[in-house]
Design a protein around this ligand. Structure first.
Ligand code: GYE
Length: 351
């Protein structure tokens, strides 16, 4: 009897407990279905952060857009900024322009300020691949679409087509290959090379090295004996070239990741009593006016073009995005090549 009573009591007690739990169980289920709905249309609900696509851009007659420039210490950057400003003026768009002065921390702050100013879209020329990928995620979380210009970010942190719209820029690997192939011809496949690398962790520095390294593998007598960053700057390029030339007086070639560092290398060679273009052959990338002149003067061997005039394409891409177009991960700018055969013809249009 006691056992039976205990059993009945236990069943009643369990049922009572279940009943008490029921009200909490119900809202949990509702919450669950709410989450599913939010995932289906995250951007519309204002949850851009977790969206599988970049934030949308509304169709408007005019926009307020940001352009986050990395630095303005070289002609390439100045030409790019001019092109962006001219295009904004032509279309009557408001341009919030910032210059990070070569500082990652400043560039991140610049982007945060653009977010606070509620720009419609950000054009970003990211200094390096990792820290600026985080800044792109912040813009996404604030529902502001980003288009990368001339440099990319690390895709494992922020991905094109998901976290930002696309990247517009040159094929840096190909630029490195073209520089290597020209140098192979000019030196009869035999060279002791000093490499002046671009900004550490930036996509053009990474890929220009990769393309060049791959291409010279075919030539066993072409060897890089020293490789160091000159931060894409003329003065730094000169200092680094001076040091590396002292350590490797037998160097016969210099590969510079941009023309400004090549100009620095020319100065370093002349200061060391060597004849650039004869004692040491130089090849670089960009196509600046100084580089074209140096080719004409016989001091620089060749330069692979990297076009800085982004304005028209950048703004066209923003409009196409507002119109619902989708893009590849990268929109590739076509580049030309300048050496002694065409530098003079190119000079009048060089920047
Ligand atoms: O070659 C260099 C500039 O990111 C492609 O950066 C760009 C490079 C360009 O400062 O001169």
């Amino acid at each position: 009897m006691t056992k039976k009573f205990f059993l009945v009591f236990s069943v009643v007690a369990i049922l009572a407990m279940l009943a008490a739990c029921a009200p909490t169980a119900a809202p949990t289920q509702q919450q669950g279905s709410g989450e599913t709905q939010a995932q289906a249309q995250p951007a519309a609900a204002g949850n851009c952060k977790d969206s599988p696509t970049p934030p949308p851009l509304a169709k408007k007659d005019t926009y307020k857009v940001g352009f986050s420039q990395v630095e303005t210490n070289n002609p390439w950057r100045i030409a790019q900024t001019e092109s962006m400003k001219a295009e904004a003026a032509k279309r009557g768009w408001e341009l919030v322009y910032t210059d990070a002065g070569g500082s990652e921390a400043k560039q991140i702050a610049d982007i945060e300020s653009m977010i606070a100013q509620k720009v419609d879209l950000i054009f970003m020329a990211p200094r390096s691949e990792k820290p600026l990928a985080e800044a792109a995620l912040k813009a996404k979380a604030a529902c502001i679409p980003v288009i990368m210009l001339d440099r990319d970010v690390d895709h494992s942190i922020a991905a094109p087509g998901k976290d930002y719209v696309t990247m517009i820029g040159s094929d840096f690997v190909k630029e490195g290959e073209m520089a290597a192939e020209w140098l192979a011809k000019a030196t009869n496949n035999k060279a002791i090379i000093i490499e002046l690398e671009g900004t550490v962790g930036s996509s053009p520095a990474i890929d220009r090295k990769k393309g060049f390294d791959e291409a010279i593998k075919k030539y066993p007598d072409m060897k890089i004996v020293a490789s160091q960053t000159g931060d894409f700057a003329r003065d730094k390029g000169r200092q680094v070239a001076e040091t590396l030339l002292q350590a490797h007086p037998d160097a016969t070639a210099i590969y510079a990741h941009n023309d400004e560092m090549a100009m620095g290398a020319i100065a370093a060679l002349e200061a060391a009593g060597k004849v650039p273009g004869k004692d040491v052959i130089i090849v670089s990338i960009d196509g600046t006016k100084d580089a074209a002149q140096a080719i004409i003067d016989g001091k620089l061997g060749a330069t692979v073009e990297c076009n800085p005039k982004f304005g028209p394409k950048a703004f066209d891409t923003a409009i196409a995005y507002a119109n619902g177009e989708t893009f590849p991960a990268k929109i590739v700018n076509p580049d030309r090549f300048f050496d002694s055969t065409n530098a003079a013809a190119y000079l009048p249009e060089a920047y």
